[in-house]
Design a protein around this ligand. Sequence first.
Ligand code: ZN
Length: 242
Amino acid sequence: MREQLVVLDTLQRIDLELSKLEENLNDYPRKISDFEFELKTAKERLERLDAEKQTLQKNKTRLEQEVSSNEELVKKAEQKLFEIKTHKEYEALQKEIADTKRRNIDLEDKVLEDMTRIETVEAEIATGREDLAAKEAEYGEKINGYKEKLEEVKSVYEPKKEEKEKIASRISPELIPIYNKISKRNGGVLALAKKELCTGCNMKIPSQLFNEVLTHTRFIQCPNCQKILYTEEELNSAAKPE
Ligand SMILES: [Zn+2]
């Protein structure tokens, strides 16, 4: 009886430790991947900004080339004006020159727009890089910390499970279903019975049942919360399991 109480108590404690370890086994990899995801997102944003900058620069170069070839056209056309014989031809060429110049004004505006956007993107890249460097330092440290913790948890988890198997093998067969049912539901399978009260649920224990708890003739479950009742002196006097 008393030995079984200690076994139940020990099993319960190990189960609690195991569930905390299991929580960490799930939690730490999730935290690591959250940090890794944030770093990846920051890197991808920088890559996108770099790509945008390149596109803008290519576009700007193309526009500038168009501007200078138009300038070349204008120069040639202006020279050609001197060789033209008819008024009609002269007017047509002059119109062409004016059109090309107008077109160049538009193109130059676009070049300026691109330059402004390139400046904005470059500023974003600069802050993005600073941000990434800070995150890499901070998260890198956190990731390593969680990786270390995870290794620690992994190294104690299996031995702890083996310890549980050993302890569980010492439980009386009739207690196993009770343990499985109650420990998972209420977080504790044992409840101290004090002055005819179950301290697990604070309900009164019928006197006759309480007397049975005191005499330890069999395992008594609280009629309300189903926990196995024990008395203070019972657990204190119980021998520790080897
Ligand atoms: Zn109870």
